[in-house]
Design a protein around this ligand. Sequence first.
Ligand code: FPP
Length: 230
Amino acid sequence: MDERILPRHIGIIMDGNGRWAKKRLMPRTAGHVQGAKAFRKCMRHCIDIGIECVTFYAFSTENWKRPKEEVNAIMKLFSDYLDEGLDTEKDDVVMRFIGDMEPLDDSLKKKIAKLTSDTAGNHGMVCNIAVNYGGRDDILHAVKQLIKDGADPDSITEDSIGEKLYTAGLPDVDLIIRPSGEQRISNFLIWQAAYAEYVFMDVLWPDFNEKHLDSAIEEFSRRNRRFGGV
Ligand code: FPP
């Protein structure tokens, strides 16, 4: 395992919760509960193996179209996680939430702001949770910020846009993992993943464990990344 080339930044699309529940004749929300457990397990493993940054896609700008009870159940899982808080402080993780937090409940927004500020001075892994996140919205938001700051169009560069993205200051994503058998990006980190390697896996997210993460990293380390060169 020590021989592997570790990705600096991993993006994970937590997909397949609904199908996991359906297979067991359970409500979709039961899949999300199990998915939240897989998230904790996977985040801990990222810390243990020395990943610098990980971004979990937890709720997209499109997920509001789901039934209200399902949206509320997912928000409740975020809230419960934020109430725990302690482990991440102990682990020296920097917790960030990326996306437009504006439409979230005030109480959730307060908890997010608290965990973000409580862990901002930590020095370990950066863990981003993407909530109400969309890659196109990320780019749009960045461009609006540049315009509001009065940027001269000729001075705008890829770097200056990158500095306004929700992931500003973090390395580009090297590896995107998508479980559940689907093979698409679904508006996740589309700017940041320009040179990412993709690993699609036939496991539903609630069943995703440390071994799946290790095997995705092994697959990544076997790939020959050329960044457009030869
Ligand atoms: C996609 O699977 C999953 C979601 C939209 C929700 C993901 C949220 C969690 C795993 C909870 C995370 C909790 C914390 C604390 C970060 P899907 O429902 O679209 O699955 P399907 O394609 O099988 O229907």
